[in-house]
Design a protein around this ligand. Structure first.
Ligand code: NAD
Ligand code: TDX
Length: 395
């Protein structure tokens, strides 16, 4: 993986991106600020067949599309990088990632010269500006993403999720670059277990935690920059993702890696809380559909009708790993724990024709378990510290 920016690069025609200007002079700045990270050893990338995603139709001699992906060394962002290389064989990808505890350069190993990893902070305007200037589209995944961490210390959530998004918005405004903002269903608060309602794009914001409130704030910044400054942006709010490369602090990989270590899964409270699970690849397919065909200024909700209680998920993991489904522990509940999330993705399905492809949760979970079994070197260095932090709060 090399860092490359060509000051004499030709004008890029931004074909295939809805609502973008037809051409724009690319800046060649960007050699100061971010450090350059060399490639690392491969870590067993989950294979993506070339037929696995609809191929790009953006060819005909057009110069390569430059995609800037923030947070591309994290869970969803890394999967997005892998999927982008397949879906857009002509794309050049630059990842801007601070490599916090949640970023893992191993998730991007062995991807070749089409991917550059720039280590830097989205809240640092000097780092962000030249990278945005060289991009045709910015896909913004970078965030502090874990609710439990936001309860321990909210401060990085404010800086990254709010100041970082603001910094990116100012750069895309300055350079007139298409922007897609990745957000979460948690901005809508939660639902009762017996409520027939699901979240819709018009549901009022009602976030519960420092994490979800910082994401809600970042969404509102994007909306304001669209309306006030004409920034060409879209927003997506997705439900809980699962799949490969997810940090082991999160629910599903924590339980899988506990079981690999012979430790019983840990369920917060009674385990009745419901999450609406979607495979990470389905999320990312929807993101590309929105970038390519979504209407500027619109919010799209992404979900795959995957509602399951935490207890059901733990019992299925236990079964798939050959253990007694009742072999888990109840631990201290999360303060302010949201009860239920549920997404109505009708707008996305009807307007853009998206549909999820990984709808069999059982086989998706089995593949995810296999991935963690096969990639212990990727997660092992994190495990002791993650479990020590949970143990300190009775979880
Ligand atoms: P993650 O924590 O796995 O990855 C976040 C990445 O952002 C990491 O690589 C980290 O190093 C990077 N990062 C953090 N602060 C940064 C900064 N200041 N500058 C540059 N990079 C920084 O998160 P994820 O689960 O992949 O989530 C990605 C996005 O998707 C987030 O915006 C999150 O809110 C959203 N989302 C996640 C889920 C889910 O289920 N995980 C669901 C819906 C939406
Ligand atoms: O050990 C655990 N035991 C447990 O019961 C952990 C880590 C979690 N849980 C529960 C809490 C939640 O009800 O499992 C559920 C899922 O927990 P997380 O993986 O922490 O996800 P959640 O809080 O639902 O948020 C996730 O989905 C929305 C992502 O982390 C967010 O980034 C995204 O916005």
């Amino acid at each position: 993986m090399m860092f490359m920016m060509n000051p004499t690069a030709p004008v890029t025609i931004r074909k295939g991106l809805s609502g973008t200007a037809s051409s724009r002079r690319r800046s060649g700045r960007g050699t100061a600020g971010p450090s350059i990270v060399p490639d690392l050893a491969p870590c067993g990338i989950m294979a993506l067949a070339s037929g696995d995603h609809p191929p790009s139709t953006r060819h005909n001699g057009a110069p390569p599309m430059n995609v800037l992906i923030t947070g591309g060394a994290g869970f969803i962002g890394a999967n997005f990088v892998h999927q982008t290389l397949v879906r857009h064989p002509d794309a050049k990808v630059t990842v801007l990632d601070k490599l916090t505890y949640a970023g893992n350069r191993g998730s991007l190993a062995d991807l070749g010269e089409r991917v550059d990893l720039v280590v830097g902070d989205i809240a640092d305007a000097d780092t962000v500006d030249p990278l945005v200037a060289g991009a045709d589209v910015v896909v913004h995944f970078a965030a502090e993403s874990h609710n439990d961490n936001s309860l321990r210390d909210p401060s990085p959530f404010i800086r990254t999720n709010l100041v970082g998004t603001f910094t990116l918005l100012e750069a895309v405004r300055r350079h007139k670059v298409r922007f897609h903002h990745i957000s979460t269903d948690e901005v809508y608060g939660d639902l009762e277990l017996d409520d027939p309602a699901k979240f819709e794009p018009t549901t009022p914001y009602n976030p519960s935690s420092p994490y979800s409130s910082s994401k809600a704030g970042s969404d509102l910044l994007v909306r304001a920059w669209v309306r006030s400054f004409g920034v060409e942006a879209t927003i997506s709010n997705c439900s809980n993702n699962y799949g490969s490369y997810q940090h082991i602090e999160k629910f599903i990989p924590r339980q899988i890696t506990n079981l690999i270590d012979g430790v019983r899964p840990r369920l917060y409270g009674a385990g009745a809380n419901v999450r609406d699970w979607i495979h990470v690849r389905d999320h990312n397919d929807a993101v590309w559909d929105i970038i390519e065909r979504g209407r500027i200024g619109e919010t799209y909700l992404i979900g795959a009708d995957g509602e399951k209680s935490n207890r059901e998920v733990v019992e299925l993991i236990l079964e798939l790993m050959g253990r007694d489904p009742n072999d888990y522990d109840h631990v201290a509940d999360r303060p302010g724990h949201d009860m239920r999330y549920a997404i109505d993705s009708t707008k996305l399905v009807q307007e853009l024709g998206w549909s999820p492809r990984y709808t069999d949760f059982r086989s998706g979970l089995r593949a995810t378990i296999d991935w963690y079994r096969g990639n212990e070197a990727w997660w092992r260095p994190l495990k002791a510290e993650v479990e020590a932090a949970y143990a300190a709060q009775g979880q």
